[in-house]
Write a protein that binds this ligand. Sequence first.
Ligand code: BTN
Length: 266
Amino acid sequence: MSPETLDAIARIEAQTFVRQVDWFAEIGSTNDYALSVADDASVITPRLIWADRQHAGRGRSGAEWWSAAGALTFSLLVDRDDWQLPAARWPQVSLVTGLAIAEALSELLPGYPVQVKWPNDVYLDGRKVCGILIETAAGTQRLIVGIGINVANSFRSAPAELQQTATSIIDHRPAAALPVAVLLAVLDHWERRMMQFCEAPAAFTAEWADRCLLTGKPIRLTTGSTTIIGICTGIDDHGRLQIDTPQGLHQAIAGTVRLLTNPARS
Ligand code: BTN
């Protein structure tokens, strides 16, 4: 472990809400590790599971999450008792997380648009820079918030198709491409936003509207075998995506969204 990583772990445990850090040079998936320890009551939360490399990273809908050296990959293992949040609000933690990350990245990348693509991607200058995978540990009241951010892994030499859909901090502002600094910024914003969300969840509706990548755009929502096409009109105060369709308003609680204006980038 480098002295920089050692120092970061000490700072995180001393100065943030995280009570313990598990760091790995390489692991299959930080979410898988968190799931494997989640039912052990002696495992202290909030816990940060942080890996320099993952060789079996997972994305949403069973997809693989591939990340090169320089990406920031970690999971937060939290217990419902860590936050005074009613159970009905837990599904919205993904949107709260997206907002917190978007804010952290905005501060690090002044002048660049950073938006949340419902339900849980963060886009930098119109391309995906971060994915979020939230999972619940069955039989427990613990939640795993898995986050992958492209920080120092450039997409400049990636295949053209990938360059159109994904990006990295280093490709916009090399000076900000420091994984430890990004991690500290994200933890700071995540804690602040979670505390606000516990106290006043309704205040988030306007915040989500401000950061929503999809509002005003034609989209296609796929949920299982169902497809909805319409214009996104925003996110309501329960975190549901609002879609204006010829059949009326559709309110989505889950699904995968594709932008229809520029399909190559969605
Ligand atoms: C997505 O965009 O589909 C979500 C990607 C989530 C990737 C992160 S990386 C850290 C954590 N561990 C995993 O295996 N996945 C999440």
